[in-house]
Every structure is written in structure tokens, then in C-alpha cells.
Ligand binder design. Structure first.
Ligand code: HXC
Length: 510
């Protein structure tokens, strides 16, 4: 009997070595951890249960029959993060460069299907050279099988991708269909076609980093939702994110007992808004002062910084926060900000996460660049996302809420449940200066008259009371009491029930 047990131990040890000591050393030399080391850091200690450790590819061409490595370049299974089940696949670059064969794809599909059945998140750790070149169409079929599961699971279970090495060709589209993509700075890159193909087709010379590095995707393209310094930081942050999320659309996000009194007052908020309405202030200060223990997990912090999105808790319950940032482009809504926030709102709605919207927005960004880029369609995404969302929606207008942007930012008219304003709010069609220049064009050459008109307009419209008199704002609240009022608002909405008319699916302006 002992020799049978020994044989299992031997096979396991062999599988755990992946592509062998030499390739593991090469992986470490690049500043990267191995597939298994990553899983160990991601999951609770000793919680990993592996599937398919002995799976091998079935290819024969190009001498592949003699090159079989148990596990075939991906480590899969499940474990826990702070006690909650998650499914994981981790590409092993030491085995055929983590490339995808038919057998490798089937392992990933197996955990995707298990996760959907059980109702648990799937986390994919990517470090791979794309399709297994020796496998041809079986590899393409495998990718499509994975994409199919990504789509079926979208909105059912959270799907998270972490790019920790190369991620090219077929490997990019599965992450693209997941809810969040994180990258590791300097060691990861993502692109559809690499620098060599780019050179051949467009004659551009570009490095891996400049074409698809973490900074490119976290700051410019918006493909990545965050970039971290190294493997360890990325994995620790994914654990933190998972703590905020429900395991599936059938469950609520886990509540976490908080020592932060929901009635806590913040006197410093009474002076957050500068006397001069054109001066910026940091909206993040407001977020950190409202939420539990100043714990805020920001999503896409480096992209479209004129809008802030992220997860926090109030009175122990997860909320999604969307907030204009007056410090960047005065908090204007442009194409990138609209897309970023729309996707976030839809994630929250899909997973029943209530949304807090903090508004200080001068309007939509004017200009040919924006119009040619399709601001109308992209801006409509955010409008659409807020309008269709049925989760509890609490809105606080701190200062400007002008024009169409007032409507879009979770206004009462888009089924905002509880809409508050600070006394500093200015809810109007546009700013006073622009408004009088249009309606009193006849006074254009008389600066004194124009100044007088501007003062009149400000007195009449640059306040929250007109909107409050119509019931569009439920109350004008003291800034220092914001946390208490918002906490109570969400508590009162816990039993909210609302659904949209039956449809196969909507047709959001893509
Ligand atoms: C098979 C591969 C492989 C692949 C790498 N390897 N990519 N084996 N299929 N796609 C193997 C190498 O032969 C090598 O094996 C080991 O992995 C490490 O690769 P290196 O090239 O030595 O590593 P590095 O210098 O770090 O370069 C990494 C890389 C490069 C940039 C990813 O390997 C690369 O360019 N690979 C090919 C990428 C590619 O074109 N993939 C196909 C994309 S098309 P040994 O034995 O020496 O360790 C695609 C279409 C799918 O994906 C579309 C579906 C929709």
C-alpha cells in the first residue's frame, strides 16, 4: 500500500514543479511569483483545493507527444478569502509560457462552471503567451469556451482578472469581459497584438510597456481598473476588494461590524466648500469622512480622475460611491468619466450594491474632441445606467449641479430614492455668468448691468431651495451631519423593492 501512496506523493510533487526549477528561477529573476505562490498569497492559509493537477494536453504535432507536463500550464481550484469561497485559476508561465491548449482551457471552464453553480467569485491570474501555437484550432476553441462562460457569468458572479505577466492575443478578451482587471507595474502587459506585429502592420516602433503596460491601461486606455507595485500588493488588494463584494447576485455583500458610529458628526465638512465657487476642493476628503473608518477601495483611480468610483461601507454595509471630483477638470463629465462611472453603476446594480452619488458637476465637456468622440452616446451610458438601476440610490449635491449633468447624476427624476443637497448647492441650467450672457445679450456692452443681472441670477438660482421647493431635493442638510443622514437613508431603503418592465435585455447605447 505504501508504494501506492508514495506514487501519488511523487506525482503531486512533480506536478507542483510545473516547468521545473530552472524556469521557476527565471520567473523569480523577473520579479514574478509562480502560479502556486500567487494562489497561496491570494487565499486563506491551507484553504486551496486543487482540481485537475494531472491533466495533460492531447497534442501530437511538433513533438508535443513527448512534452507533457501534469497540470498543463494552469493551476485551478477553489479556496477561501476571509472564509468565503472563491474559485481560482492561475496561469503557470513555466509550462509552455502559460499558453492555452484545449486541455488547459477545459480546466478553466470547469472552475468557471463550478463558480457559477455554487455562486462564488472567479479570480483569474494571468501570465501567459496566448494560444498554444502547437495546438492550432483546439486552442482557439478553448478560448471561445472560456469567453462563453465569462459572458454567461457576467452579472451572476463577480469575475476578477489580475494580469501578472504577458497577456496577449486570445488571453486579453477573457479579462476584458470580467468585472475588474488589475495589473502589476513593470512586469505585466496586455495587448491584442505585440510590438513586432505593430511594427509590421503600422510601422510604429513601440515597447511592450508603452504598448500595453500597467500605466498605459490604468491611466490612458482605462482597460485596467488598478495598477499595483508587485504581485504581493496586487493579491492583497484583490482580497480587500472581495471583502466588499457579494459572492453572487443571489446574495448580499457581507456586512462588517464597524466601530465607526453611524451618527458621527464631521464639523470640518461645514467649511469644505470654498467661498469662491470656482475654487476646487478634494471630493475624496468628503468620501473618507462619510464612510466607515475612512476605508475606501477606489476603482480606476488613475483613469478619468474627474470622476471617482469605488467601494466603501456605511454602518457596516457595502455601498458603491460615484462622485464628481472638482479638483480635476472642475469635475466635468466627459467621455472617459461617463464610461467609467456607467460601468461601475451597472456593476453595483447587477450585484445589489446600493449607490451613493456625490455631485459637484459643472456639466458635460464642450468641444469638437468630445463631440467627434461620441460624447452624446457615451454620456448617455451613464444616464442609462443610473436610470435603469433599481438598487437604493442616495444622492448628495454639495455644490454645482448644472444642466444635463444634474439630471444624469442620480437625480430624483432618474428614480433617485433620497436626494439631499448642502446649503452651498447650486442647482440650475448653467452657471450664472454663462446664463446672463445668453439671456441678457443686449447688455453685453454694459459690464455693470451684466454684473447686476449675474448677481440677480445667482441669488435666484444658485441655491438648492428652488429644487427643494419642487420636491426634487428631499432635504437641504447640514454638511457636518451628512454621515448620519446618509446612513439613515440607506438603512431606510434596505427593504426597497423595484423592478423594470420585462424585456429580453435592454439596448444601452454602447
Ligand atoms: C507555445 C509558448 C508560447 C505559445 C511562449 N511559449 N509562448 N509555447 N505557445 N504561444 C513558450 C516558449 O517557447 C518558451 O518555452 C516559454 O514559453 C517561455 O517563452 P519565452 O519566449 O522564452 O519568454 P519571454 O522571452 O519572457 O517572452 C514571453 C512572450 C513570448 C512575449 C509571451 O513567449 C511570445 O511572444 N510568445 C508568443 C506569443 C504569441 O504570439 N501567442 C499567440 C497569440 S495568438 P521554453 O521551452 O523555452 O521555456 C492568439 C490567438 C488567439 O492568442 C485568439 C483567440 C480569440
Amino acid at each position: 500500500m505504501q508504494h501506492i501512496l508514495d506514487e501519488l506523493a511523487r506525482r503531486r510533487a512533480q506536478a507542483k514543479l510545473g516547468g521545473g526549477e530552472r524556469r521557476i528561477a527565471a520567473q523569480h529573476a523577473k520579479g514574478k511569483l509562480t502560479a502556486r505562490e500567487r494562489i497561496d498569497l491570494l487565499l486563506d492559509e491551507d484553504s486551496f483545493e486543487e482540481f485537475d493537477m494531472f491533466v495533460e494536453h492531447r497534442a501530437h504535432e511538433f513533438g508535443m507527444a513527448d512534452q507533457k507536463v501534469p497540470g498543463d500550464g494552469v493551476v485551478t481550484g477553489w479556496g477561501t478569502i476571509n472564509g468565503r469561497t472563491v474559485y481560482v485559476f492561475s496561469k503557470d508561465f513555466t509550462v509552455f509560457g502559460g499558453s492555452l491548449s484545449g486541455a488547459h482551457a477545459a480546466k478553466i471552464v470547469k472552475v468557471q462552471r463550478m463558480a457559477a453553480k455554487v455562486g462564488a467569485p472567479v479570480i483569474g491570474l494571468f501570465d501567459a503567451g496566448g494560444a498554444r501555437i502547437q495546438e492550432g484550432v483546439d486552442s482557439l476553441a478553448g478560448y471561445a469556451d472560456i469567453f462563453m462562460e465569462n459572458v454567461l457569468s457576467s452579472g451572476v458572479i463577480p469575475q476578477i482578472s489580475v494580469i501578472m505577466g504577458p497577456c496577449a492575443g486570445g488571453d486579453v478578451y477573457s479579462p476584458a469581459m470580467t468585472d475588474f482587471i488589475f495589473m502589476v507595474k513593470d512586469t505585466s502587459y496586455m495587448y491584442v497584438t505585440g510590438p513586432d506585429v505593430v511594427k509590421t502592420v503600422t510601422n510604429e516602433t513601440v515597447t511592450h510597456e508603452d504598448l500595453g503596460g500597467a500605466r498605459v491601461h490604468a491611466q490612458k486606455s482605462g482597460v485596467a481598473d488598478g495598477a499595483f507595485e508587485n504581485d504581493l500588493e496586487a493579491l492583497v488588494q484583490v482580497r480587500r476588494l472581495v471583502d466588499f463584494l457579494p459572492s453572487s447576485n443571489r446574495e448580499e455583500a457581507p456586512a462588517r461590524a464597524s466601530f465607526d458610529n453611524p451618527n458621527r458628526e464631521e464639523p470640518s465638512l461645514d467649511t469644505l466648500i470654498p467661498t469662491n465657487a470656482n475654487k476646487p476642493y478634494d471630493m475624496k476628503e468628503l468620501i473618507l469622512k462619510i464612510v466607515d473608518e475612512a476605508d475606501f477601495f477606489e476603482i480606476s483611480s488613475e483613469y478619468a480622475k474627474n470622476i471617482i468610483t469605488g467601494f466603501a461601507r456605511i454602518d457596516g454595509e457595502t455601498i458603491g460611491v460615484v462622485a464628481n471630483q472638482p479638483q480635476v477638470l472642475a469635475g466635468v463629465l466627459d467621455i472617459d468619466a461617463s464610461r467609467k462611472a456607467a460601468r461601475f453603476v451597472r456593476f453595483c446594480d447587477a450585484f445589489s450594491i446600493p449607490i451613493l452619488t456625490l455631485v459637484d458637476v459643472p456639466g458635460f465637456m464642450p468641444g469638437t474632441k468630445q463631440e467627434y468622440g461620441g460624447l452624446i452616446k457615451h454620456g448617455a451610458k451613464l444616464l442609462f445606467a443610473y436610470a435603469e438601476a433599481t438598487v437604493p440610490k442616495v444622492t448628495l449635491i454639495t455644490r454645482k449641479a448644472y444642466g444635463g449633468a444634474y439630471d444624469v447624476m442620480s437625480s430624483k427624476h432618474l428614480r433617485g430614492d433620497i436626494n439631499y443637497a448642502w446649503p452651498t448647492a447650486e442647482i440650475a441650467v448653467m452657471g450664472a455668468k454663462g446664463a446672463v450672457e445668453i439671456i441678457f445679450r443686449a447688455d453685453a456692452k454694459d459690464p455693470e448691468a451684466l454684473a447686476q443681472r449675474e448677481a440677480e441670477y445667482k441669488a435666484q438660482f444658485a441655491n438648492p431651495f428652488v429644487a427643494a421647493s419642487r420636491g426634487y431635493i428631499d432635504d437641504v442638510i447640514m454638511p457636518h451631519g451628512s454621515r448620519r443622514r446618509i446612513a439613515r437613508a440607506f438603512k431606510s431603503l434596505k427593504t426597497k423593492e423595484l423592478s423594470n418592465p420585462w424585456k429580453k435585455h435592454d439596448n444601452i447605447p454602447l
